[in-house]
Design a binder for this molecule. Structure first.
Ligand SMILES: [Mg+2]
Length: 254
């Protein structure tokens, strides 16, 4: 069996400005003044880390950051839920995503769930708002509500999926499909092969240089995606995934 870990934002769906609106509203509510700077777009950083960065970037006193971050993170799913109508109206399903999800779900031997920088509550709201939850077993995923260190979420999902299916998932039998350098790092450090999808803010070239086993432009070629999953799992780790070029990765990933 192969565990297939889908990233969510900019791989399966795009929420437009809704995420940033939630950050903006909760910052103002909890800190008591408007945020002047918001998190960068499309980085794949987990929500708890993005909130800490948001507080730092807006000159919140260091000794208050932990407490305020926890308060903001706690409120994020409920605040996103308030914008479910916006999500359904302005959010976009990425090209090919519904058919790719269905194909992976139907393929014998593949176990599909998510590994995401979203909190579990936020992930469920986004996927349900855009009708993409049907072909994912969300009960066995890895979420930033489990751990704010994204690579740790691979092990979380492997354990949950292993318990559910009565087997052991390892690097050789786990494949992440995602759009960002964080997805590539998550696979390399957390123990999974990575198929990069160049549908986000990171180019195919950058994803490959960072160490993605394979890169697809988007999810529209379903047979190719299925083939790449099989190739990842069949490949020897050293031969299948090139070492990343050091200059291909941002400073904080080295
Ligand atoms: Mg993403």
């Amino acid at each position: 069996m192969i565990l297939v870990l889908w990233d969510i934002d900019r791989t399966l769906l795009y929420t437009g400005d809704t995420d940033r609106l939630v950050y903006r509203e909760l910052f103002e509510e909890v800190v008591g003044r408007p945020a002047e700077r918001l998190p960068a777009r499309g980085t794949g950083v987990t929500m708890p880390l993005a909130v800490r960065e948001l507080l730092c970037a807006n000159a919140v006193e260091p000794e208050r950051i932990e407490e305020l971050a926890q308060r903001i993170v706690q409120r994020m799913p409920a605040q996103l839920e308030r914008h479910r109508g916006d999500l359904s109206r302005t959010g976009q399903v990425m090209p090919g995503a519904p058919a790719a999800l269905a194909a992976v779900h139907q393929e014998p031997g593949l176990v599909p769930t998510v590994v995401t920088g979203n909190l579990r509550g936020s992930a469920e709201i986004k996927l349900k708002a855009l009708g993409l939850d049907e072909y994912l077993d969300l009960g066995i995923g890895g979420y930033s509500s489990d751990d704010s260190h994204r690579p740790a979420l691979v092990h979380v999902a492997q354990q949950r999926a292993g318990t559910r299916h009565g087997c052991t998932f390892t690097r050789e039998t786990t494949v992440i499909i995602g759009d960002s350098l964080e997805d590539v790092r998550t696979g390399r450090e957390g123990g999974a092969h990575v198929i990069g999808v160049a549908s986000g803010t990171t180019s195919a070239e950058k994803l490959a240089e960072a160490g993605a086993c394979h890169v697809a432009p988007d999810l529209t070629d379903i047979q190719r995606i299925i083939r790449l999953i099989d190739q990842c799992a069949a490949s020897d780790v050293d031969q299948g995934c090139p070492e990343p070029r050091q200059d291909a990765m941002p400073e904080e990933f080295r």
